[in-house]
Design a protein around this ligand. Structure first.
Ligand code: CMP
Length: 138
């Protein structure tokens, strides 16, 4: 069993479709073992996305991620990191596979509905960024 960090982003929260995203997650076989709705501060978003701080899209990304609440969650399952990245689809919804979360719901490469950890190392960092050990119940 493996765990990964998922974020349901402002575009999905604002459109009131977090339940539809969760249904796709659960239908795929992943379990939501922790979940909460929060509003990121700019400092928190800058820290979370620190690896992108030199990218041209960084300012817009921070602005977007702080524009409304998000739902952060821990997903558990076999090969959860790769499994979730597969059902999320490509970062850019224009090239995401049919049936993926981003192809179904994302509005743009920035407003792309969900985030998922991209490696075991980032999953560990990202889960502990948002959750402590008593909040994650497998
Ligand atoms: P995410 O998986 O959360 O990781 C970084 C985020 O930056 C990405 O999803 C997008 O929301 C956002 N982003 C905006 N523009 C780009 C871009 N050109 N390339 C990659 N990510 C981008």
């Amino acid at each position: 069993m493996q765990r990964t960090l998922s974020i349901i982003k402002p575009d999905a929260v604002m459109r009131n479709i977090t339940g539809k995203v969760n249904a796709m997650i659960e239908d795929s076989g992943l379990r939501i073992v922790a979940q909460k709705r929060i509003r990121l501060t700019a400092a928190q978003a800058e820290e979370f996305y620190g690896e992108h701080k030199d990218k041209a899209f960084f300012g817009g990304l921070v602005e977007y991620m702080t524009s409304a609440p998000i739902v952060v969650q821990v997903l558990e399952g076999k090969d959860a990191i790769a499994h979730y990245r597969k059902i999320m689809g490509a970062t850019n919804p224009a090239v995401a596979d049919e049936g993926t979360i981003r192809k179904t719901f994302a509005l743009s490469i920035t407003q792309n509905t969900v985030h998922g950890s991209d490696s075991e190392e980032s999953a560990k960092r990202e889960v502990s960024f948002f959750f402590n050990h008593i909040e994650v119940v497998g």
